[in-house]
Design a protein around this ligand. Sequence first.
Ligand code: HEC
Ligand code: HEC
Ligand code: HEC
Ligand code: HEC
Length: 474
Amino acid sequence: MLLGSAELGGSVSGRWSYIHGLLSAALIAGASLILGLGSMAGDAQASSASMASHNIHVGVASCAGSTCHGRSEPTGKVVRQDELLRWQDPSSPTGAHSRAFAVLGSARGQAIAAKLGIGSATDAPMCLGCHSDPAYAGKGPQFHTSDGVGCEACHGGAGEWLSSHYAVGGTHEANVARGMYPLDRPRARAEKCLDCHFGSDRPGQFVSHRIMAAGHPRVSFELDLFSALQQHHLEDSDYIQRKGRTNNVKMWAVGQAVAVNRAVTLYANAKLGTEGVFPEIYFFDCQTCHRQIVDGPKGKANWTANPGRPIPSGMPAFNDENMIMLSAAAKVAAPGLAAKFDADSRAFHAALAKDRASAVSAGLKLGGTANQLADAFAGSTMGRNEIFSIVDNISSNATSPRFTDYEGSVQAVMAVDTLLNALVHGGYVTEARAAGIRGSIDRAYKAVNDPNNYRAADFKVALSQATASIRSLR
Ligand code: HEC
Ligand code: HEC
Ligand code: HEC
Ligand code: HEC
């Protein structure tokens, strides 16, 4: 009999309410702290700026000068300059990346490593690709693995741009040309975050089901929501002038497309996509295996048919959380591709019931369509009407029967949370009006609190109440 462990359920159940509470707080703090215009002083210290090798990771200490990103107050003229403090904040998710290495040494991290028999987690390549900056291109003298997921893990190795990126008259494009990673572009950001928040084919960046079974928490991600949770910059007028205004719906939708592409591409990779005689289980929807056995004469099976996944009973389902959301977004923002995407995703599930070769080729086709959607979203308008239409689609009669399992349902709750925040951030709904209905979003989070006590029917009620309350803001 397969059962999820209590540990797994426990860690997830605390998290959603935690994530949700902190997100609202982060948005409010962001709104009340607008910095002035101006250009950054050219007097910043550059510690190891002479390092000139392309993309070398020079280490957090190189960013931490008190006239650089190490201020104790957000008094910088262009950027806050207290980014280091926020990255280190022990009391909030903005500090999660600075703790990423330390958790490997914690009792939980070491217990996972002991079960896997890989020695100390703090030295294990299997863990360090995500729990520190893997710095594949090389490390400078001030680089320390123990800094965890440092600035350059996201912003790119600074070897070639450290000394030029604060020069007067410098531009973002010039920095990017020197190797700064363009996190302001939704697709680029999605690829970067998903390397660790889903997995990649680079060394040490894959959490297999073996790692999960050793006690690793389930990895769940939504680009826009998680970006807000770790945010250490202000989107003030000069940010908008330099990089443009962030469109949160686009960020969300592109995040879904890139996640679908990533999952099927990694699954197609024979090294990552198989484990012994089995497919790599990490790609499958956890609860489609981790259910109780119901085989008595009066038992009512836990399994429910799902129109999005045409597979026979008794088969685990590929995790389709991002496919469901992408379908809802495509119908609104890229209607010409929506039917193709739905057909490709059904064909992929069906192929999984045949053989690996068919599944790989159907998966790559699906991934290609997801890529086209990411491109189409980039050129689409996603404003007020689109947000409301996507909210409608998420709880529509077409989508609702696809919420048979936990993973897709969690992703849907994160989506309605993000879409409500996008209405506020886009200026379409006031924060006061949004606050009036946040209780319904909280109730939807509660319905996905515990994967081991998930009930699709209860979830659907909570989701449709949440979407109805958003609709009331129209
Ligand atoms: C593909 C990237 C990846 C790999 C590889 C990986 N992790 Fe993680 N780990 C994560 C992410 C992302 C989280 C946060 C999950 C969340 O909360 O969404 C996490 C969370 C954790 C946590 C819980 C942290 C906390 O704050 O409670 C521990 C412990 C942990 N990982 C240990 C390990 C160990 C030990 C290994 C190696 C065997 C490992 N991880 C490999 C990405 C990874
Ligand atoms: C988990 C990924 C991640 C890490 C780690 C990270 N950042 Fe960021 N940072 C971002 C994202 C995403 C943005 C917003 C997009 C953008 O404008 O680049 C951002 C924005 C910024 C900005 C504002 C840029 C602007 O144009 O206004 C600064 C400055 C910054 N980060 C500095 C740092 C420093 C210093 C560190 C290390 C102490 C760090 N970041 C660590 C992801 C990260
Ligand atoms: C090099 C790997 C890596 C990259 C790149 C990365 N993360 Fe993470 N992130 C982690 C790990 C590992 C954790 C878990 C740390 C812990 O729990 O202590 C984490 C935790 C988080 C958390 C806190 C989650 C929680 O459950 O509290 C947020 C939010 C987050 N990341 C957002 C992002 C975003 C947004 C990006 C892209 C801009 C990003 N991360 C890029 C490795 C990474
Ligand atoms: C294809 C079926 C299948 C899927 C899908 C699946 N698992 Fe498992 N899981 C197993 C099997 C088999 C075991 C080993 C059970 C045993 O040894 O008793 C296991 C064990 C575990 C364990 C250890 C539990 C224990 O009681 O020892 C955890 C934790 C776990 N899985 C988490 C997950 C997560 C998280 C996911 C989704 C990412 C997932 N599983 C998806 C089949 C599956």
